[in-house]
Design a protein around this ligand. Sequence first.
Ligand code: DC
Length: 668
Amino acid sequence: MTERDPATLTLAPIVGAQGSVALPGSKSISNRSLLLAALADGTTRLTGLLDADDTQRMIEALRLLGVRIEHDRGSGDCVVVGVGPAFPNRSASLFLGNAGTAVRPLTAVLAMQGGKYRIDGVARMRERPIGDLVDALRHQGCELDYLASAGFPPLAIGPAGGRAGGRIPIRGDVSSQFLSALLIALPVARGAADAATTVELVTPLISRPYVEITTRLMQRFGVGVATPDPSTFRVEAGARYASPGTLHVEGDASSASYFLAAGVIGGGPVRVTGVGRNSTQGDVAFADVLAKQGADLRYGDDWIEARRGRPLAGGRIDCLAIPDAAMTLAIVALFAGAPTRLTNIGSWRVKETDRIAAMATELAKLGADVAVGEDWLEVAPLASFRHAAIDTYDDHRMAMCFALAAFGGAGVTINDPACVRKTFPDFFERFAQIAGGATGPAAQALPTVIAIDGPAASGKGTVAERVARALGLRYLDSGSLYRLVALLALERNVAADDVPGLTGIAGTLAPDFSGGRIGVEGRDVTEALRSEAVSAMASRVAVHAPVRSALLARQRAFRAPPGLVAEGRDMGTVVFPDARLKVFLTASAEARAGRRHKQLIEKGISAKMDDLLRDIRERDARDSSRAAAPLAPAADAVVLDSTDLSVSAVTDAVLALYQARGGAGGRG
Ligand code: DC
């Protein structure tokens, strides 16, 4: 955000994403590096440091403690003059905002060192637990007092300090920052020159990759942490931090998640630079999760690139190691083909806000179907998004991940967007650079679409095929996808109201559209798809929102150069809301029944006009009365009544409309 912070930010519907984003520095690495550099012998130059609220809190605190820091906010270069193991100022009152990466390690270091310190933060920080860390520090003789509620900041630290040596038990299942903080503080403790100290996890460790960031950085500053087994961490006698000279801060892998997800949902490719395949940050595993879900991910030494691949799978995802990036998965789930359950996310409850509750409340505003438990969240795919104003709870990640909801077709409003300043002050500017709205860059790069919608037997299939041929564009008969689901459901005895069964078929459908025929499971079903039984079943299958969502990405994947003519019921409203030309083709029910009758007679099939008319009316009623994407012209569609027009006349009319909109040279 810039000078004035707006109260809300409305993102217009985004139709594609493409481009490259240089990531801001990693928050986790920035704050750890600042502290270690301060406690080291010698001067350290940090390059690529994150310039955001959380790092400013750490820098201010270190300056108050007597550390000289020169931070060139333009280039990200920061020079820290180390003070050796103890801070010069032995008394200070530190206000650390909502920065867990400052509160926890500073508490541990100051308590081990001893002095007269006070540590506090914003109201939410006073609700974030720190008791397990305080217990572990007291175990070593540190003096800490709770100034308000037991177990939470604010804290008063006393002069005694703590001693190294022995074994310290600590819990790992509330926040991995407790273990990280303790490890960072051990070389500062009394007697650290002569005694080794072992820290032992007494409960399983969440977010282990963050502890690995800590131990790797300690190693860069000359202090090894031995891990003889996964729950034991040992710092040897004589440990003392020494400057590595220059240290480059990697890009933030959690921040990368929003852009990678945008690449997948919006087509891509979207590239983030600053992290790559060898990153030390656990959140790069988010990219692997996306790939497993079906996305197309590519990696370099210093970049990761994401683009749409297969339709996203959904299913169960264990998020223990990637709690922050997992929030992005909760939004990605809206665009998947099946429900997604995120498990092992109990730590969300003690982050910037109760993220499980916040996520469930705000997803519901979009119209999503959400279920939650103590440590899990399940999100169903969403076919038609409602525009909503999303509350962000002073949580940067809520604001950033909900920006992705703008891909849902209805846009999204983010309340208090400035909360991103915690870790990513210019997030929305960067997001706008890769997101293609009606006027964005990616939209211009997307192949053109002509959407032709209308009721059964309106002639849209024949017209769409002829338009595609005349213009040399690709052609999508979206009804055939619903018909394929119907055919397989009939064959497998899956009932018309068995939504999970039908969604399963839709999510795994692998049709072959080559050579003007339609194949599935290795057989040609072109004729079978046109049977009356399949037609009737298709219109029943199509009423279910989860089935429609499961087919969404598959339909959008047809949009490829040189462009697409797509026909169906919701091409202009849901699937391609940004289509250059939208035509709604209609005709009287009698005229349509007459056309179908003629087709059948030509094929040598006898049929009664009355029966056909009744069938058509029933299907019209079902298609237009259903809740999910009912048959209706888009607001900006041209309605063509073909009752008294020949197929050629309608085709010519559509071609003329397209030329009037700039033909292939226009946008969208
Ligand atoms: O266009 P068609 O008759 O082949 O479509 C078969 C069924 O699929 C129809 O009853 C409605 C449904 N359908 C849909 O709901 N949305 C689409 N885009 C295409 C078809």
